[in-house]
Design a protein around this ligand. Structure first.
Ligand SMILES: [Zn+2]
Length: 310
């Protein structure tokens, strides 16, 4: 049971990047680059030449103002979407994350987007997922730490993508103010020091088995170091990442984890980790933990149950 990423489109990575090699898929899928934006503005102004009123308006406000850059009023659409999905999957809970792509954006645009996220913290946005370039070698995290401090102050949960394609950036991410989760982080398994660091700080890894195999960042699912991370005491959860593009479900991810040797108790631990690390209210966490305990009781008494994957 992973919290869905009902992230607002702004700053999200589009499907264009999904087929790209793992190392550069974020760069490739980042939002419009400044050069492209400038060309778009020029094109719009040129097109407006024939229409003086439109031209005046464009010059006054700029065409980019018309684009919604901030994830405003997040709560209502997220809860509506959640209700729709819960009609089929009653145990699902969802919260909205905004994806902040750092390094691929014009710094002013990043600043404006970050301001929007801070405001949206009062409107139902639950957390921020940091993506940055370079992704496969150590990045400069200083500007991201400053932003993370502001987000944490605003009460937003913080996660960052790191350690998906190499061990780079895992330690830097773990030191980020307010960070409690890392997207992927699986390459930490190659370094006992890193695993100890994550275990000591209680940083939860969002492991996406199908995704890792699909992008070839690790050998086939069979060789995934999930159990090694669990044994090292790193809090781990299962995640689908992009379920539609990858053709997976959270149920399937649990089945794959079982195939790696995790028994029902260990799988339930992963669900417990997910609930504890969720960017959601204490009430929701308590309700989910109670549901999990109930499912555990049912399983132990011989009924059908097991980890709450549906
Ligand atoms: Zn991911």
């Amino acid at each position: 049971m992973r919290l869905g990423r009902l992230a607002p489109a702004a700053g999200g990575r589009g499907p264009a990047g999904q087929g790209a090699p793992a190392a550069d898929r974020f760069g490739a899928a980042g939002p419009a680059r400044p050069g492209r934006r400038r060309r778009a503005v020029r094109r719009e102004v040129r097109r407006a030449d024939a229409r003086p009123r439109r031209r005046r308006r464009l010059l006054r406000r700029g065409p980019l103002r018309r684009r919604r850059r901030h994830p405003r009023r997040v709560h209502v659409p997220v809860r509506r979407a959640e209700r729709q999905v819960r009609a089929e999957y009653p145990r699902l809970r969802a919260e909205a994350l905004a994806i902040l792509v750092h390094g691929a954006r014009d710094p002013r645009e990043t600043a404006a987007f970050a301001e929007g996220c801070v405001r949206a913290a009062d409107e139902g946005l639950a957390g921020i997922d940091f993506l940055y370039t370079p992704y496969d070698t150590e990045a400069d995290w200083t500007p991201m730490y400053r932003l993370a401090e502001r987000f944490a102050e605003a009460g937003l949960g913080i996660t960052a993508h790191a350690g998906e394609v190499s061990t780079a950036n895992i330690a830097a991410a773990a030191a980020m103010p307010g960070l409690t989760r890392i997207g992927h982080g699986v390459h930490a398994a190659a370094d006992p020091e890193l695993m100890r660091l994550l275990a000591d700080r209680g940083v939860t890894l969002e492991c996406a088995l199908t995704c890792n195999a699909y992008f070839g960042v690790l050998p086939e699912v069979d060789g995934h170091p999930l159990t090694k991370l669990v044994e090292a005491g790193v809090p781990v959860t299962l995640a689908t990442d992009n379920p539609v593009q990858l053709g997976t479900t959270i149920e399937r991810e649990y089945a794959l984890a079982a195939g790696l040797g995790l028994g029902p108790e260990r799988l339930a631990d992963l669900t417990r980790n997910a609930i504890r690390a969720a960017f959601t209210s204490d009430e929701r966490k308590a309700a989910m933990l109670a549901e999990l305990a109930e499912a555990e009781r049912t399983r132990l008494s011989g009924g059908r149950g097991g980890p709450a994957t549906r």
